[in-house]
Design a protein around this ligand. Sequence first.
Ligand code: SF4
Ligand code: SF4
Length: 401
Amino acid sequence: MQTRLQARYKNTPAGQRAERLLRACVHCGFCNATCPTYQQLGDELDGPRGRIYLIKQLLEGQPPTRSVQIHLDRCLTCLSCETTCPSGVRYHSLLDIGREIVENAIPRPLPERLQRRLLLATLPEPKRFTPLLRLARGLRPLLPKPLAQKISPPQPAPTKPRPHRVHPRRMLLLDGCVQPTLAPNINAAAIGVFDRLGIRLHTAPRAGCCGALNHHLADSDRARRYMRANIDAWLPELDAGAEAIVATASGCGAHLKAYGELLADDPDYAEKAARIAEATHDISEIIAQEDLDKLPRPPSRRIAFHAPCTLQHAQGLHGKVESILQRLGHELTPVPDSHLCCGSAGVYSLLQPDLAHRLRDDKLRNLQSGEPEVIVTANIGCLEHLRGGTTIPVRHWIEEI
Ligand code: SF4
Ligand code: SF4
């Protein structure tokens, strides 16, 4: 694609990156075929090719508008378009640039501003999120159904015993921000499985939210602060012999793997961030290469696996979880259109509830079509989103092994 970037963008690292990406796009539109928002809305500007065109116009000097902001907001950042693109266009990088330009130029309506501020002030901060969730759970029976569906009931306390054995091998577990409150069983199950595999899985004291939420809401300063704090917490542990950083939420794992790219222009942290990205693994990557004979065989179940976009598209991990579940004796039911997003997408289901619910209904229809006993996934956001729309149990896959 020909480009004529404005001088104020042309000479910046972001502008140069955008120019390379725009030139790689041949405007073929293959990406539209696998874009969930294009499929739902049928508008070129709600597909990747149209959004790329809108971002190109911004960089060439067209003034940002509220309409452009709405089309960019509707993007799920699912990256299905990147998996499909034959020219290897890294759309997410362009989207980050476009969203930042629009965010700085177009003031949002007051209710949107307040909603975003509230999400940013609570979700990444467990000390605020945990008491708020408790309060919301207490009020759940009194709330209207659509709102009550968004608040998951409390999970039973972790049932698997915490390991006490000493292992020479150890890895760092990303505790994350909302997951320990919403579903404490997930990390407890992961610690138990790793213990049986002969690995101590533990958290680092000062690590916290990965920064993904702030990044996706164009709050890049605070996103960088979270990232730098995590780097400072994990590097000494890696130096002291921890083998890897393990994420049980694929959304957080995908973001950690992008630290190197996101902090590439930070002179103090660029190298350190690249090291953290290199050391990060989704939990399925670690388990797949360990000796599964060390694990007791669970009772075989009929399972539908929902592959989160952050696992299959952002991290490019296709088939790993499925293969582990099958090797342990589970039966996987077929899931049509498994490449499509469920509509969760971080806080998308809160910011774009109508589209998110349409996508969830389609996803649940496909997941349930093979009559599974249980639906499993690999990301807390998808898990909570799907759980609100079905009576079939929805769990993290690590709880099934
Ligand atoms: S598939 Fe790739 S090259 Fe084709 S329009 Fe989409 S982003 Fe551009
Ligand atoms: S990231 Fe997902 S929703 Fe956004 S343009 Fe790409 S395919 Fe469409």
